[in-house]
Design a protein around this ligand. Structure first.
Ligand code: ADP
Length: 465
């Protein structure tokens, strides 16, 4: 096949999470499932940790495509997953270098797992297969594959933000980053802002140069850095929201319902959100309907200290706000840490009058899009969106954008949302709905894979030289 013929082989996807059952739930997992169902191929993800890790892959399940797990031992799980991925890369890429925790051996575990995954892919990949690496858990896999002589087209999609050039320097392995990135054919990021940050970081590398057509070259390999904002399966989410079971919320008549749905993570800005709601309660006119704010935030990554800290802080904040404002028949904040089923979440997102999606940093934030898909176009609610969410680039014209650090303006936006007339709500929702349905998950997968398939084959002989 000539070098820049679009590729026809299988799709091989690697992601840390892989559904162990047959019906995948959750945005990314569902997107990969869709892409593989259409194209056929192979999905590789992490097995549950065991005492002893082994090379190679284990087949799981069956269906339209093949699923395999790679093995990982308990120590690697601590070093690679909880350590380097979630205590170094996650905080750094979410603009929190103050939360970095370097532990001896964590990077070694990350290297060991990335190498094991690369060896496994190298064994099964046929020359025309397209390899698609997902997220920050596998930043080195492509580079390892190149050093094993693999010349296939390889793409990376980073679901989280890219750090600014100063922050990235806090990464002990910062000098290796350009080589890791240049080993791909297409590096996909969520937003234009992320592309600018990565381009800035690459400019510091003397071996990397930009070409006239906007692609990049490093040691003979040509690669692209582009943004592909991820979408949701809008049709099926809207349907799930319409069909959701009725939940008795026991709200006062006409009480506005505000809703937040997040994983409990310091990047989600939950404390700032609670404090802005507190400020709104302070400025609210006496006698106006008393709002209820339901925040669903089940714990995640609780083996990492920063996650335990945020949980404590949030509980304290909710308690003190309720203490100041609650009445015998009214609890302003209902903070729910229990898991809530996805169909119930969909129903709540339909029912809410205001959604609070106000992270301090977020690659995209799918809840913003799910809220728009879930709402009734005839009487829609209002999206309050942080300008730090990746989703703000696509949704700024219909959402009320806020800076979550600016408590007073945030509180005013809550007031504006609660009091917004129906006509304006409908107008804003229509704009957002059109975008969420057009740039959905299928659009994202197709545009990424189409670009990767057309990537010119680089001069791998020079890389190996
Ligand atoms: P992140 O990937 O950082 O968790 P996103 O908002 O991009 O954040 O995606 C989260 C996905 O998980 C969405 O599909 C959302 O509906 C779902 N989700 C998030 N929090 C919860 C929750 N508390 N309960 C149920 N589903 C949730």
């Amino acid at each position: 096949m000539p070098d820049d013929e679009p590729h026809q082989g299988r799709l091989i996807v690697v992601s840390n999470r892989i559904p162990k059952g047959d019906v995948p739930a959750g945005g990314l997992v569902f997107a990969i499932h869709e892409a593989l169902t259409g194209a056929g191929g192979i999905w590789i993800g992490a097995a549950d940790p065991t005492d002893q890790a082994e090379d190679g892959l284990t087949k799981i399940g069956s269906g339209d495509y093949e699923r395999f797990t790679f093995s990982i031992n308990h120590e690697e799980h601590r070093g690679y997953y909880l350590g380097y991925a979630n205590s170094v890369l996650w905080p750094l890429f979410h603009h929190r270098p103050d939360l970095l925790e370097f532990h001896q051996g964590d990077f070694d575990a990350y290297v060991a797992v990335n190498r094991r995954v690369a060896r496994a892919i190298a064994e099964i990949a046929e020359p025309d297969d397209l390899i698609w690496v997902q997220d920050y858990h596998f930043l080195m896999v492509a580079h390892e594959l190149r050093s094993l002589g693999v010349t296939n087209r390889i793409g990376l999609f980073l679901h989280i933000p890219f750090p600014n050039p100063n922050d990235v320097m806090a990464l002990p392995q910062v000098a290796m980053m350009p080589a890791w990135m240049a080993a791909h054919d297409v590096v996909g990021l969520q937003t234009r802002r992320d592309v600018i940050s990565m381009v800035e970081a690459m400019r510091h590398d003397t071996k990397t140069q930009v070409l006239n057509d906007g692609t990049w070259i490093r040691e003979g390999r040509v690669f692209s850095i582009l943004n592909f904002p991820i979408g949701i399966d809008a049709e099926s989410f809207a349907e799930a929201a319409r069909a959701a079971p009725e939940v008795e919320l026991q709200l006062a008549p006409k009480a506005p319902l505000l809703l937040g749905v997040d994983r409990l993570d310091y990047s989600k800005g939950l404390v700032h959100r609670f404090e802005a709601f507190d400020a709104y309660l302070d400025m609210r006119e006496q006698g106006s309907p008393r709002p209820t704010f339901i925040q669903i935030a089940p714990g995640s990554r609780e083996d990492v200290e920063a996650y335990r800290d945020i949980r404590e802080k949030l509980e304290r904040t909710a308690g003190s706000i309720n203490g100041a404002h609650a009445d015998l028949d009214w609890t302003p904040i209902r903070y729910i840490r229990r898991h809530v089923d996805r169909e119930v979440v969909a129903g709540l997102l339909r029912r809410a009058d205001v959604a609070l999606v106000t992270p301090l940093a977020d690659g995209m934030n799918l809840v913003a899009k799910e809220f728009i898909a879930a709402q009734d176009p005839e009487d829609p609610g209002v999206l309050i969106l942080s300008h730090f969410a990746g989703a703000a680039e696509q949704m700024e014209s219909g959402a009320l954008l806020v800076n979550p650090f600016d408590r007073t303006s945030f509180a005013r936006a809550i007031s504006d949302a609660i009091h917004m007339p129906l006509e304006e709500r409908k107008e804003r929702h229509a704009i957002l709905r059109e975008g969420v349905f057009r740039e959905d998950i299928k659009w994202w997968t197709d545009s990424y894979l189409d670009r990767l398939r057309r990537a010119p084959r680089s001069f791998d002989s020079q890389l190996r030289a």
